[in-house]
Design a binder for this molecule. Structure first.
Ligand SMILES: Nc1ncnc2c1ncn2[C@@H]1O[C@H](COP(=O)(O)OP(=O)(O)OP(=O)(O)O)[C@@H](O)[C@H]1O
Ligand SMILES: [Mg+2]
Length: 365
């Protein structure tokens, strides 16, 4: 992380900026100066302060930009003075320093502006776990293009339980994969926990998927070569959690999911469908995600087992406040949710609010 930040132009700019500022302050105080020493302090300061500074408001960025441009002009003027009149090395040095300071300031201002612009929702809308704005998805296969999502906009609150229903091919899985950052939209914006997903690099995306989101699939997607315990541990292994803690958490989760200790050492394929899906839920919970995305989690189960599995998801949602988004064909599964989004031909055509004791319905606008 540190090495990566060092390479950023803004960090270098800030280092130079800080070093020169300190250098000047010292000049005023008539203290001894050593540019290398102070540059290193500048770099350290920059590494510490850039994320902090990013939180400052636009106005400071504008002031910084104006001051920096003034500094560049000042530098040019001094350099010109050196050439035209004085020919004193000190004036040249001071001119060049001012230009450098100014350029660093401008780079820093641009970078800060970018960082502030990047995630406006983080500041304004912390209550939404998922926000989609006019999302389109085209799949191109050879000469054929499929317009799988056609302008999806939605907001899902933290702690909400939402079901997505719609005919086969209507774009449900595509939508879920985009929310889970498994796939990118062709156009439109996706914010997960206030973070603009399009701005994340591959490391950032992997981190988001591993730490914030738990996935559950119709086909369980468990690894049958290894034990239930290893399956559940997997996300924590990727996240670098120590072995003792992993095993401890896996056991606890298995217990929460109503499976006994003996299941841990077996391979998933020898468990029933309902048990396998509960193992998959335990795996999805391993890193305590804020959001669980489930694509037809009860699709392979009989209705009784399906109801049990959905019951577990509802419990996790209520007791731990985990946001749950479930794609389903099954009306009785969808009715466990707070809200049902109906999608057809890649668009949300209807939204149903399901509250205890009352039901309301409205056309999506
Ligand atoms: N990887 C892909 N390449 C090309 N087309 C795709 C791809 N994935 C999905 N599609 C197409 O996009 C459309 C939406 O597919 P999607 O899988 O999202 O539908 P779905 O609602 O999940 O359907 P189902 O209920 O059958 O799972 C379909 O027309 C599908 O053929
Ligand atoms: Mg699907």
């Amino acid at each position: 992380m540190g090495a990566k930040m060092l390479l950023k132009p803004s960090t270098l700019a800030f280092a130079i900026f800080s070093a020169i500022l300190i250098d000047r302050a010292l000049m005023l105080l008539f203290l001894p100066r050593g540019i290398i020493f102070w540059s290193s302090i500048g770099i350290v300061l920059a590494l510490m302060l850039v994320p902090l500074l990013a939180r400052l408001k636009r106005i400071l960025i504008v002031i910084l930009a104006i001051a920096s441009i003034a500094e560049i002009l000042n530098g040019i003027l001094q350099t010109a003075l050196f050439v035209i009149i004085y020919s004193q090395l000190l004036i040249l040095l001071s001119g060049v320093t001012a230009i450098l300071l100014g350029i660093s300031g401008v780079i820093l201002a641009l970078e800060l502006e970018e960082v502030t612009r990047r995630s406006p929702l983080q500041v304004t809308d912390p209550e939404f776990a998922v926000v989609l704005e006019n999302v389109h998805k085209h799949y191109y296969t050879g000469t054929v293009s499929v317009h799988a999502l056609r302008g999806i906009s939605l907001r899902i609150r933290n702690g909400e339980f939402v079901a997505i229903m719609g005919p086969s091919g209507s774009g449900k899985s595509t939508l879920l994969n985009i929310i889970g950052a498994l796939d990118r939209p062709t156009s439109g914006k996706v914010y997960i926990d206030g973070v603009d997903v399009s701005k994340l690099d591959s490391d950032g995306l992997a981190e988001l998927r591993n730490r914030k989101i738990g996935f559950i699939f119709q086909a369980y997607n468990l690894i049958n070569r290894t034990t239930v315990l290893r399956n559940i541990e997997m996300p924590a292994l990727v996240a670098g959690v120590p072995k003792k803690k992993r095993v401890e958490n896996a056991r606890r989760l298995l217990e929460i999911m109503g499976l006994d200790e003996t299941a841990l050492k077996r391979r998933p394929v020898y468990l029933s469908g309902g048990q396998q899906q509960r193992v998959a839920i335990a795996r999805a919970l391993m890193n305590m995600p804020a959001i669980i995305l489930a694509d037809e989690p009860t699709g392979n189960l009989d209705s009784k087992t399906g109801a049990e599995v959905i019951g577990y998801l509802r419990k996790l949602n209520k007791e731990l406040g985990i946001t749950v988004i479930v794609v389903t064909h099954d009306r009785s599964v969808a009715e466990k949710a707070d809200r049902i989004l109906h999608i057809r031909d890649g668009m949300i055509i209807r939204e149903e609010m399901l509250n205890v004791g009352e039901k309301s319905e409205r056309e999506a606008g």
